[in-house]
Design a protein around this ligand. Structure first.
Ligand code: IPD
Length: 265
């Protein structure tokens, strides 16, 4: 119900703002890599871990019966029907290098459906938020997708995974697309890319191999701003493939990506 959504939104905004301020103000000058995951370039910093701890601590205080899934290992089953899906730093490589495009992404699901999404981008001083059925906002302004351009005039965002074989395949797909669209962008934070579709800074975005914490909040924000999101034709977005674009551009992009086999390594 609306009271629950309002409560979850308030908590998500509070957690994202606190984590964002901590990450922005507390970034050590000599920040290094604490651990690696799927490959030597898939990195975790001490700040990813500390940010996840800060967020999960706040959630445990405010809503102790909720489930939690976090990129850095947080995993709580919960008993309330509410599950939080958290990326404590989306765009960790940007954060590591001091590039500004990184975010904190927090989604709340009720009985498996995303009802609240918050993406906070401290270096842009922007917070994107959406509540299911209530529209999307950037700070306090309504967010709206850009009307679909012709396919050949689309500015398309994408991203690449961390494992060499997957990247080689992703490069092949992007190699086919570049001559067919206006241009390609690789921002480095999937959550921000989805919000950029929501605010018309990108016409479209796609990526193979994202995890739920990368896309859960941004997916709702993009949809509430008027985008369609999905995976292969007829399928919802998933780890295989995530696509977001306004109606009119979504369909030809989805068809083209399917033809190119963008959903497999
Ligand atoms: C990554 C970013 C990046 C995308 C990668 C993600 P992380 O998330 O969203 O833009 O291309 O696929 O893994 O590791 O920085 O949280």
């Amino acid at each position: 119900n609306d009271d629950l959504k309002a409560e979850l939104l308030e908590i998500a905004l509070d957690a994202a703002h606190r984590a964002g301020a901590f990450l922005r103000d507390g970034r050590p000058d000599d920040l290094g890599v604490a651990a690696t995951k799927s490959s030597a370039v898939d990195v975790v910093t001490e700040m990813d871990i500390a940010s996840e701890k800060l967020i999960t601590g706040l959630l445990a205080d405010r809503r102790p019966d909720d489930g939690v899934l976090g990129e850095e290992g947080a995993s709580v089953e919960g008993s309330s029907g509410v599950q939080w899906v958290i990326d404590p730093i989306d765009g960790t490589v940007n954060y590591l290098y001091g590039l500004p495009s990184w975010s904190v992404s927090i989604a709340a699901l009720k009985d498996g459906e995303t009802v609240v999404g918050v993406v906070h981008a401290p270096m842009r001083a922007e917070t994107y938020r959406a509540v299911l059925g209530q529209g999307a906002y950037v700070n306090d302004r309504p967010a709206r997708v850009r009307p679909a351009p012709a396919f050949g005039l689309a500015l398309v965002g994408t991203g690449f995974g961390y494992v060499a074989e997957r990247r080689a395949r992703q490069a092949e797909v992007v190699g086919h697309l570049i001559p067919q669209v206006r241009d390609i962008r690789r921002g480095g934070s999937a959550a921000i890319d989805l919000c950029d579709v929501a605010t018309g800074r990108l016409d479209a975005y796609y990526e193979r191999g994202l995890n739920p914490w990368d896309y859960a909040a941004g997916d709702l924000i993009a949809r509430e701003a008027g985008a369609l999101t999905g995976g292969r034709p007829g399928e919802p977005l998933s780890t295989d493939l995530t696509i977001a674009a306004p109606p009119g551009l979504f369909e030809p992009l989805q068809a083209r990506l399917d033809e190119l086999g963008a959903w497999h390594d």
